[in-house]
Each structure stands twice: as structure tokens, then as C-alpha cells.
Write a new protein. Structure first.
Length: 154
């Protein structure tokens, strides 16, 4: 039993030393010259892909902080499709051709079904939105057929 603990302790000390030396190697500016090579340098696009598609300012910050070698022939970095997809939070709305000039001229309606019943045993909700004022009415319904109570014939 003592032998297992002794091996575990030595393993932890060994791993800690490796991590310490690795951090020292990465953060030390003197060792950068030892790590760099005279071969072809990596492009900004490759670094962008390798580092998980960061923004241009973060990419340049990482490259300068860690003195990463890169090809200076490509100074302008264009965002890749992965970066654009990850940073597009919603699509733009299309322009509408509907025009209203006064309140209650155009009203949008929807019947929404809730996955759960309310405390008053309502499962459906009638939503009415006035296009001109954006005023919204919400009517709780127990049955879908109760919509007729709130609709008026034209």
C-alpha cells in the first residue's frame, strides 16, 4: 500500500515539473529563438484555424504575445466562413410591403398551444397584434374552439 502512494507521489511531482518547464518554455522570450525554425512560416489563415477561429484582434494579440512565426506576405486577414457563422446571431428580417395608416387597420392573430396547462387550466392562447401601434392582446383559452368568442365576422 505504501508503495502505491510513493509511486503516485512521484508521478505527481514528475507531471508538475513537466508542466512547469512547458509553461516556462512557452512564456519565456529567450526560448522563442530555440523553438522557431527557418522553414516556411505559417499564414495568418492557418493560425486563425489552429487557434479556433478567434477574431482578428485576438489573433494578432496571441501572435505578438507568444512571438509566433507567420508569413508577413498576407497582412490582411479576411474572416472565414466558420467565424462568420459563429458570430451571426440571427438573420436579418426581410423588408415588408405591408403598410398600415391607422390603428386596428391590420391585426395579426395567432393561436398558441402551451406544452403545459396553466393554473386556471388554460392550454391555448390567442394573440392579437395591431400592426400600426404594435399593441398586443393575449387571451387565455381552455379549448381551441373558444377562439370564436373573440373573433368578429367581417
Amino acid at each position: 500500500m505504501f508503495r502505491i502512494h510513493k509511486i503516485s507521489f512521484l508521478y505527481i511531482v514528475f507531471v508538475t515539473l513537466i508542466v512547469f518547464w512547458f509553461n516556462l518554455l512557452v512564456t519565456s522570450p529567450q526560448t522563442t529563438a530555440m523553438v522557431s525554425c527557418s522553414g516556411p512560416k505559417t499564414t495568418l489563415t492557418s493560425w486563425h484555424s489552429r487557434l479556433g477561429h478567434p477574431s482578428s484582434s485576438i489573433l494578432h494579440s496571441i501572435i505578438s504575445k507568444h512571438s509566433l512565426p507567420f508569413s508577413s506576405s498576407q497582412q490582411k486577414h479576411l474572416p472565414c466562413s466558420e467565424y462568420l457563422i459563429n458570430n451571426s446571431h440571427k438573420l436579418p428580417f426581410t423588408q415588408t410591403t405591408i403598410v398600415s395608416t391607422c390603428p386596428l387597420e391590420i391585426i395579426f392573430t395567432d393561436v398558441w398551444t402551451s406544452p403545459l396547462y396553466s393554473f386556471d387550466n388554460h392550454k391555448y392562447y390567442l394573440v392579437l397584434v395591431d400592426h400600426f401601434t404594435r399593441y398586443t392582446w393575449l387571451y387565455p383559452l381552455k379549448r381551441k374552439s373558444d377562439v370564436r368568442k373573440y373573433s368578429k365576422p367581417l
